[in-house]
Write a protein that binds this ligand. Sequence first.
Ligand code: DQA
Length: 146
Amino acid sequence: PTILVLNGPNLNLLGSREPEIYGSDTLADIDARLAAKCREAGVRFDSFQSNAEHALIERIHAAGTEGVDFIIINPAAFTHTSIALRDALLGVRIPFIEVHLSNTHAREEFRQRSYLSDVAVGVISGLGPQSYELALQAALRRLTAT
Ligand code: DQA
């Protein structure tokens, strides 16, 4: 099986971007831990970050033809704006978990709406890098369950 981790705009700045909100780990740190856990579980790991909506959409389309089994996505600001990302995920029918480092529910009003949450398997928000690790744990359990 294969798990794809997608990260949206500005997450390439993790580590230096508003560390009081997003923490001090870089995206490479987070990916390295996820990759190690996948290796242990015998699951293929792939990861992609882009600041461009179209690049994320095309990566999702490619995932559909590559046979990716599960997606973990932090759509970042596109969470709150992108019907196109929602449609791409629905279009390829790959189950996904939406993750956020910060607790978006405790933040500005404009972060309260997600265009993805109601079609996600689940949503994990507010636990920092652990949000990704918990999502991975759930994804691995689904993929390796008989
Ligand atoms: C985020 C929350 C979003 O509201 C924000 O635009 C981000 C990061 C998070 O991981 O907490 O860029 O998705």
